[in-house]
Design a protein around this ligand. Sequence first.
Ligand SMILES: [Zn+2]
Length: 474
Amino acid sequence: MSSPALRLFAYPSLERDGVPVGLKRRRAMALLAYLAVTEESRSRESLLAFFWPEYDRGRARADLRRTLSTLKQALTGSHLEVDRDRAAIKKNSGMTVDVREFQRLITEARRHDHGNGVLCNDCRASLEKAANLYRGDFLEGFYRGGSPEVEDWQFFLCENLRCELAGVLERLVVFLSMREQYDRAIEYGRRWLALGPLEENAHRHLMRLYALCGRPAQAIRQYRNCAAVLETELAVEPDEETKHLCESIRKRRLSHPAAEHETAPPMSEQAIVGAFGVLEAHEDDAERAIRGALDIRAAALTQDAAVSMGIGYWPFLGMLRSCFRLYGQPDGKVRADKMVGLLKKLREDGYLTHDQVEEIGPLLGNLLSIRYGTEWDEMLKAARPDEIRHRTFQALKDFFVALAQKQPVVVVLDDLHWADSLSLDLLSHLTEAVNDAPLLIICVYRPVTAIVACRSVPSHHTQVLRSLHGAQAA
Ligand SMILES: [Zn+2]
């Protein structure tokens, strides 16, 4: 006989071989759920106080006895451990509990700790399984009146699990968006939003996703939906970020009605803005940069100077992975070695100091979720987020300057109108570096958002391109 399966998401049921096992007492199901989820041995006294607070002692004891006996019968095998004083679900008895499995999968995915929205295939599989297990809220529709303690427990655990699910769905949305699996991402995004229609972040993700897969009208509808819910429930307007995003999508749509029919916007409407600065005394640096840096450019910027999906530094992450040749390297040790190798080389060649390497190593490791297995992994433990951010900006600037001194570098940021605000701040910081090394930064974006970062560079140059035909653009 196979082990029983206890399903606690949605209306609870106990099954064996897919066949429901009837539990005559509702209290029996509540008690079983409690013992199975907490996975701890409970004293009879505490169970009495928890489940039968309104009964006198004698009656409560008798009821507990009957309930435990009902459970024993239903579970048949040796899943329940009961003695004079205590009751528990036996550990490793083979009974599956969907809520426990859900929690285990999430813990497993969390243990990988990739950071920055990155998942490996294992994490993704765990999170998708977890999302599938959640068929409905914890003990949905199962109301067992009489004990406020039980009600509180049910309520808070339910909320907690909903939050966990929201986190799972958010991570899947971000990950699948990065992989350009928009339909799946939208599916999870809708589920995420259904959990909390006031979650503006979920609205924004859906807006971006609709826009990305050529459905701007739906993106705008999503925005209206968001604004309406916020107005009704909280009497507030959407965040600036949300409005801004809508504006970007709207403008693009207005100038590209064809986009509504799921075609790519015609090149002719694109504006390309190049911002670069070079030391005026060394004007040939620009030419040297372009000539010398072509391979970096090609490697860095084909697919990954990319769309931001709410992940900090996203365009730069792709670029760094290329610089360190991390693509196609799932092995953490190899990745760490590659990072250390390049930094060491830059130090040996005199482009970075020892102190700079000691600073850049941990910060870029943190950014790229690299575990070195050395003290570098611990160095940021005590640092505050704003401090890390500031130091990351500086570290990236030093790193790009060092790279450019070794070999001129062209950084091309494509589709910058989608970039996250952190990346724009970083870009603004990075533009200062163009005066220190042959570094050329080219930003390509549609003129829908006010990207001012580049304009702070005195030697920047803006080129608005109109009437570019497809062939010309190529
Ligand atoms: Zn993973």
